[in-house]
Ligand binder design. Structure first.
Ligand code: CDP
Length: 213
């Protein structure tokens, strides 16, 4: 299925707000591709750590970026990213070291600009549901379909713990919201959905009701 090339759905929100599950479900119902932009920042962060580079040393990260090729594609309607030919597993992308370094790496403007180009390329030929922090504000500012999925800090911490993942989401949220380059913001024209007391199905329904084709 080629999907509707003009349908670009931007879903932003803080860590563990449920945006990824909602975005995936929505993409599958609509038959369009699902892309986790956070997965892209995570993939490069994994590569940074694999090369023994300290994520806090911006110059070293940038030097590595210049030598790095990304191969973005899709498999079964899900966006994939390989770093210098290597596809990474979910475990590699969500490990503790990556959780600890990703917000530092994602705050570097040259890293963002490389990955934003890749993110925009997905929407050139087909419809896409993309989730992240700056999808409605920076990556696809012209789309009419912008959503911001939120949940209380307690509910988000609890969700991550239930996944058995050691993740300092409060620290990441603070860094993501306070950085200079493309901070996490609620786009002015976004529909905000608080998922604290809603099931995934209820959030998906709310988003679907607000979609503009
Ligand atoms: O799944 P979770 O919401 O915890 O995180 P993620 O979407 O996998 O994103 C991991 C990290 O990548 C975030 O904490 C941000 O630092 C960064 N990120 C970003 O800067 N911009 C995006 N569009 C997506 C993620």
């Amino acid at each position: 299925m080629s999907g509707n090339p003009s349908l670009v759905i931007a879903i932003d929100g803080p860590a563990a707000s449920g945006k990824s599950t909602v975005a995936k479900r929505l993409a599958s119902e609509l038959g369009i591709v699902f892309v986790s932009s956070g997965g892209m920042y995570r993939a490069f962060t994994w590569w940074v750590l694999e090369n023994g580079v300290d994520p806090a040393r911006t110059g070293d990260v940038e030097a590595l970026l210049e030598k790095t090729e990304f191969q973005c594609g899709e498999q079964d309607n899900i966006g994939t990213i390989a770093v210098n030919g290597q596809l990474l597993s979910r475990e590699q992308l969500a490990n503790e070291a990556v959780n600890g370094g990703v917000s530092l790496v994602a705050a570097i403007p040259s890293v963002r600009s490389r990955l934003v180009d890749e993110q925009r390329a997905y929407a050139k030929e087909r419809g896409v549901v993309m989730e992240g922090r700056d999808i409605g504000s920076v990556v696809f500012p012209d789309t009419s379909n912008k959503f911001y999925i939120d949940a209380s800090p307690e509910v988000r911490e609890q969700r991550r713990r239930a996944e058995g993942i050691d993740d300092s989401i409060a620290a990441r949220d603070k860094m993501d919201s306070n950085r200079k380059a493309s901070p996490l913001v609620i786009p002015e024209d976004a529909t905000v959905v608080d998922s604290s007391d809603l099931s995934i199905e209820e959030v998906v329904e709310k988003v679907k009701k607000s979609l503009v084709s």
